[in-house]
Design a protein around this ligand. Sequence first.
Ligand code: GCV
Length: 635
Amino acid sequence: MSQPPEVHSAWLPPSAFRALGSRRIRIEGRGLLVDTVRSEVAQACASFGGRICEPGEPADLVLDASVTSSEGFRIGRLGESTVVAADGPAGLLHGLFEVVRRGEAAFDPALAEERHEPALPLRVLDHWDNVDVHPVMGQVERGYSGGSIFWRNGRLREDLTRVRGYARLLAATGINAVTVNNVNVHTTETHLLTDGLGQVATLAGIFRAYGIRVHLSVNFAAPVILGDLDTADPLDDAVRQWWKRTTERVFEAIPDFGGYLVKADSEGQPGPFTYGRDHADGANMLAAALAPYDAVVRWRAFVYNHRQDWRDRTTDRARAAFDHFAPLDGRFDDNVIVQVKHGPMDFQTREPVSPVLFAMPYTRLAVELQVTQEYTGQQKHVCYLPPMWSSLPLRSAAGLTAVSSVGDDPFWTGHPLAQANLYAVGRLGWNPGLDPLAVLDEWISLTFPGLREVLHDLMDDSWQTYEQYTAPLGVGFMVRPGHHYGPDVDGYEYTPWGTYHFADRDGVGVDRTVATGTGFAGLYPKPFSQLYESRATCPDELLLFFHHVPYDHVLQSGTTVIQHIYDTHFAGAERVAGMRERWLSAAGPVDPAVHARVAERLDEQLRSAEEWRDQINTYFYRKSGIPDAKGRTIH
Ligand code: GCV
């Protein structure tokens, strides 16, 4: 059995720098990020025989940074040279990685001039890393790639080489911020804001060299937990002063600190409701403390009642973020960004876009995605997510934020192919208009250049395949409670978490219509509200999210709901079997360590897909009594 490499080079293997490193390169500009560019170029030249030219010398590539803080740059030809003319040092770094992505094509004499700049100013990866190992959640909450790359044995790791490597990888995708601790802020992590701040400053120093600013998740009750006050009331003067002083010290230690991330009044985290205040009061208190600096409060809209009575059909978790936040539109300060999960429930494989994203025109909003595959196969299943993300209204957002999938695993993401989701989230934050499959192609070309065909075969439709063998038609969940891996159709049905499918002998799905259900469909602007309200026009893939329908209801596709369930579950598992075969036949050109890791994960994906297929099909056959029209084995 071949051993995995110590640390996989992901999308920046030395060979990706060949075209650049074999040329004459002139670098003009000043500052930390220009120095980073210079050292990247020097390293590439040392490997491939190129050299850094003196000022005024002719060069094949000119990297020129002006002095603004903008991240944009132009790339084009001037005479015999390719020129990256950047607005400032950050733009130069992004321009350098644009040259790397293009390889030889960057030096084509016919290269057309292009301007590049990020569509979204804030592009963040949020780590749900705990400093300590949490007794239930482990060190990285919903982490499937080993321990934290930042923290170990209750403090910052001594060897931070991987953090530097990570910063470099992220910068190459366009990410410009990282949150270094979990949004569930436990006691040790609450101290990162004060006595643990030196450790955050060390991380900030590493990320700074790659144009990435560090953010902290903070505990709303920090003034109480840290023992300084007996209240965290956001309208109390002493509390406001506490945050102001504490924030001043943060900026003394980290002058380019990016801001606070807050999960409040959600799943047991403290928040303003304790004091009879609302979320605008809470967010604006932190905004006031941050106002003197160029920094933001990201306040999560993921607020819902996780102690719901399952007997109560009127409470709908999907409504919660809208009901809490839409009425507050216009009340948040300018340096507050309300961070909204992309769907109204919780990072399911298929959800409609959250209606909050259309309901707060006077508030800065960020969309939150989950790169860590909590509900999408936990990095044991191949599931390339950008085709899902590309349907989101990202362009209009103030930021794109994503829960990171990275740990201390040699491949960074556990499943080597899960790296593609991490790569893509940065690229889509920079340019949401990119075609998800073109981004995949880019990632393959950089990371596994010899595997273009096989990886497209495995990955292009992998999200749709995953959807086929898991919860049907947008109904969601049906996973094992707690760890959320593998099928358990009724696992959450009689729990307080608000995630139900309501299957009975006649039908399945959640009635969220205005006419007879929870009214959730009516929270969308027209025409979406009308589209979702009617069974006839609701897209098939969301039918059970919006409607409770009989098993013999005929979908727009022409098949019945029950037959669709059978067909997709057989097809999905079969596709996974095909993916496994395809990978096994590709053994020749693949690094044996990569081949072994992917093969082992595909074995598990197939086992799991068959388990999903059999449990879901059997469950619905037993409920409905309707046999499979094609007579396949159902247990
Ligand atoms: C960090 C889901 C996850 C939790 C996570 C939460 C959140 O409920 O299961 O682990 O907590 O989302 O986004 O805050």
